[in-house]
Design a protein around this ligand. Structure first.
Ligand SMILES: NC(=O)c1ccc[n+]([C@@H]2O[C@H](COP(=O)([O-])OP(=O)(O)OC[C@H]3O[C@@H](n4cnc5c(N)ncnc54)[C@H](O)[C@@H]3O)[C@@H](O)[C@H]2O)c1
Length: 317
């Protein structure tokens, strides 16, 4: 198949590109190189079935030309950083809403029939239903990131209802694993390399979350190369949760350090942080998909990968 992957130089996108090439597909990456890096694809660059185009998807005309003809678009390009929304309040709208609309229009103009979209558990905001199923009520948005992803989901649904495309929307928990570049594990490893005696922790350490290994995430994404329904929405996560303190214990033991922990305090790590994220994955489990990694394995493997690839710390300073 001819597959376009937006954000294919990023953490999840590059893992997807590698898998699609292994599966024998032709892959075209569209990326503006903002948080993504060719180094993520160093084992695949030069592959005869891979092309990488530098394109900013906030430019509508460029996006129409760049998407061109394809069987499917995996739309992963986004501002994926939920924490810093209020530092640049237009960014989530531009990168996640406007860019998604441009991709959808490019698909309509080029008659590309199918999209798979990376949404987030953050769209559930301050939901009262935990574990949270796909049809839980979620009336309150708590972050600009979550709000922008929900708006993008809405646009995709409208294009599906308009008969333009079929779509699978995945709402991920936080993803861990090789090529990881943003989130608490990278923050903690960076701090501990600089000063193994002290670790500053956002919140009070009791924030409770679920994490999924990127290989399990990619397993699910590639299952949806062909449509099962006109529109499908699935949570992606694991059945377990951990606290920030659990994660600190695994990271510090992997690094062989015993820092003094300094908690910023409060139940949230940042404005809009949901102190409890646990998605109900019954719907995905009812398909052939099963997560294969525990959260502990994912945290440990991510720590090892960062330690072995410290260029990622330089790049994300
Ligand atoms: N990492 C997670 O834990 C997680 C959780 C839930 C959802 N997601 C979603 O998964 C997707 C991938 O996330 P990631 O962690 O790999 O992030 P990432 O930052 O590593 O990758 C995003 C990629 O998109 C590119 N990009 C950003 N804006 C662009 C634009 N305007 N035009 C072209 N390219 C652009 C970046 O250069 C980068 O390569 C995102 O949509 C994110 O919101 C990620």
């Amino acid at each position: 198949m001819q597959v376009v992957v937006t954000g294919g130089l990023g953490f999840i996108g590059s893992n997807l590109v590698s898998r699609l090439l292994q599966l024998g597909h032709d892959v075209r990456v569209l990326d503006n190189f903002s948080t993504g890096h060719e180094r993520n694809l160093e084992s695949d660059v030069g592959h005869s079935r891979l092309t990488i185009d530098r394109v900013d998807l906030t430019d509508a005309a460029l996006t129409v030309r760049a998407v061109g003809s394809a069987d499917i678009v995996y739309h992963l390009a986004a501002n994926a950083d939920v924490r810093d929304g209020w530092k640049h309040p237009r960014k989530d709208h531009e990168q996640n809403v406007v860019a998604t609309h441009n991709v959808l229009e490019a698909m309509r103009v080029n008659s590309v029939p199918r999209i798979v979209f990376s949404s987030t558990g953050s769209v559930y905001g301050a939901t009262a239903v935990v574990p949270t199923p796909e049809d839980a009520p979620f009336p309150t948005q708590t972050s600009l990131y979550g709000a922008s992803k929900l708006a993008a989901e809405g646009l995709i649904q409208a294009y599906v209802e308009g008969g333009v495309i079929s779509a699978t929307i995945f709402r991920f928990v936080s993803i861990l694993g090789p090529r990881y570049s943003h989130g608490h594990v990278v923050d903690f490893v960076r701090q501990l390399l600089e000063n193994p005696k002290q670790l500053h922790v956002l919140g009070d350490g009791t924030q409770t979350k679920s994490y999924l290994h990127v290989a399990d995430c990619i397993d699910a994404l590639v299952m949806h190369l062909t449509p099962s329904q006109k529109l499908a929405i699935f949570n992606l996560g694991v059945d377990a949760t951990i606290t920030v303190r659990d994660s600190i214990g695994w990271i510090t033991s992997e690094m062989g350090v015993s820092p003094e922990l300094q908690f910023a305090g409060g139940s949230q790590g940042w404005i809009g942080d949901n102190p409890l994220i646990h998605l109900d994955i019954t719907a995905m489990r009812a398909t052939r998909w099963q997560p294969r990694h525990t959260i502990r394995d994912s945290v440990v493997e991510t720590t090892r990968w960062i330690l072995a690839n410290q260029w990622v710390l330089e790049r994300t300073k």
